[in-house]
Design a protein around this ligand. Structure first.
Ligand code: NDP
Length: 310
C-alpha cells in the first residue's frame, strides 16, 4: 500500500515540489502517493508550512510525522492537536543563503559602506576601515544557521563571539552560554546578529537591559524572528544613539505595517523577510530522507524538541 503524503503549504509551491518529491522518493524506493487533498485519516506524512492553513491535526489519525518546510517552527511547536514527531527544515541552500545575507550585512557595517554609497556629499574623507580582525561580531544562536554564519565570518578573520543555550566548541569562535555568557558577549559586540528561534525563552532577548550592555553605537542585524527584540526598547536605543543602526528582516507583524516607525527611522534598514528561504531542490531531499527513514523504521532527523519550542 502506498504511503500518502499531504503537501500543505503555499499552493504555488506544489508544482515546484511535486516533481522533486516524486523523483527523490522514487529514487529511495518509497511507494508513495503525493497530493494536496486527502481524507485526513488516510494521511501518513504532512509536509507543512504555516501558510498552508492546517491548524487541527486531530483528524489525522494515522499520521507518522509532520515535516516542516520552514526552519522556524514557532507557529506549530505548541499546537496541542499534534501528537506525532515534528521535524524542522535544515537545508544546505537555506543555510548558504543566510550565510551570504549575514556576511553581506556585517560587511556593510564593518566597512561603513553607506558612507560612500548613500551619503555621498562631496567630502574627500580618506579614512580607511579597519581590518576584520579588529572587529568583534556577536552571533546569538549557534544552530544550523548561526554556526554557519560564525564559521564564514571567522574565515574572514572577524573576532566572532557566539552564544547558545548549551555549551559549544566551534574552531576560532569564542562560544559562550548562560546569562553571564550573554552579558559577556553583548558587552563586546560591535555588531550583533540574531539567529535564535522564537520561543518563550528567547522572547525579548534584546531588551532595555541587554541593549544597554552593548558598546555605544553598536549595530544590530536581525534575521531571526521579530519577537527576539523588544521594539520599544530598540527604538529608545536607536534614538539615544546607544544603537547606531539596525537591519531588521523579521517583525512581530509581517508585512511590517506601513505606519510602523521602523520604516521612517533614519538608522533602520527594513528588509521584507528575505534573508534566506528554503530552496526546493535541496529541501525536497531533506523531506524525502525523513519519509524514507520513517518507512524504514529509522529515527527522523532534525526533530523539534517541543518542550523547548525549537
Ligand atoms: P537551530 O535550532 O539550529 O539553532 C537555534 C540556536 O539558538 C541554537 O544554537 C540554540 O542553542 C540557540 N538557542 C535556542 N534557545 C536559546 C536560549 N533560550 N538561549 C540561548 N540560545 C538559545 O535554528 P536555525 O539555526 O536553523 O534557525 C534559527 C532561526 O532563524 C529560526 O528559528 C528562524 O526563526 C530563523 N530563520 C529566519 C529566516 C529568514 O529568512 N529571516 C530563514 C530561516 C530561519 P543550542 O545549540 O544550545 O540548542
Amino acid at each position: 500500500m502506498p504511503v500518502n503524503v499531504l503537501f500543505s503549504a503555499r499552493p504555488a509551491l506544489w508544482s515546484v515540489y511535486e516533481p522533486l518529491l516524486t523523483k527523490y522518493l522514487d529514487d529511495a524506493g518509497v511507494d508513495v502517493q503525493l497530493g494536496t487533498d486527502f481524507e485526513p485519516d488516510q494521511v501518513d506524512y504532512v509536509i507543512y508550512a504555516p501558510n498552508g492553513g492546517l491548524l487541527d491535526f486531530a483528524p489525522f489519525t494515522r499520521l507518522k510525522a509532520v515535516l516542516s518546510l520552514w526552519a522556524g517552527v514557532e507557529k506549530i511547536a505548541d499546537n496541542e492537536t499534534l501528537a506525532v514527531p515534528l521535524a524542522r527544515m535544515v537545508d544546505h541552500g537555506l543555510t548558504q543563503g543566510m550565510t551570504e545575507w549575514v556576511v553581506g550585512h556585517v560587511l556593510r557595517y564593518h566597512l561603513g559602506m553607506d558612507r560612500h554609497i548613500t551619503e555621498q556629499d562631496g567630502v574627500w574623507d580618506p579614512d580607511s576601515p579597519p581590518l576584520a580582525q579588529e572587529r568583534k561580531v556577536c552571533i546569538l544562536g549557534l544552530g544550523a544557521l548561526g554556526e554557519a554564519a560564525a564559521r564564514a565570518l571567522t574565515a574572514l578573520n572577524f573576532q566572532v563571539i557566539g552564544w547558545s543555550r548549551t555549551a559549544k566548541e566551534i574552531p576560532g569562535v569564542t562560544c559562550l552560554h548562560d546569562s553571564d555568557g550573554l552579558r559577556d558577549a553583548l558587552s563586546q559586540a560591535e555588531i550583533t546578529v540574531l539567529l535564535l528561534p522564537d520561543t518563550p525563552a528567547t522572547e525579548n532577548a534584546l531588551n532595555a537591559e541587554t541593549l544597554a550592555l552593548l558598546p555605544k553605537g553598536a549595530r544590530i542585524i536581525n534575521p531571526g524572528r521579530g519577537p527576539l527584540i523588544d521594539d520599544d526598547a530598540l527604538m529608545d536605543a536607536l534614538n539615544s544613539g546607544q544603537v547606531g543602526h539596525a537591519t531588521l528582516d523579521v517583525f512581530r507583524v509581517e508585512p511590517l505595517p506601513e505606519d510602523h516607525p521602523y520604516w521612517a527611522h533614519p538608522n533602520v534598514t527594513v528588509t521584507p523577510h528575505i534573508a534566506s528561504e528554503t530552496r526546493p531542490v535541496t529541501a525536497a531531499q531533506v523531506i524525502c530522507e525523513n519519509i524514507r527513514r520513517g518507512e524504514a523504521g529509522e529515527l527522523f532527523v532534525h526533530l523539534v524538541d517541543r518542550t523547548l519550542g525549537y
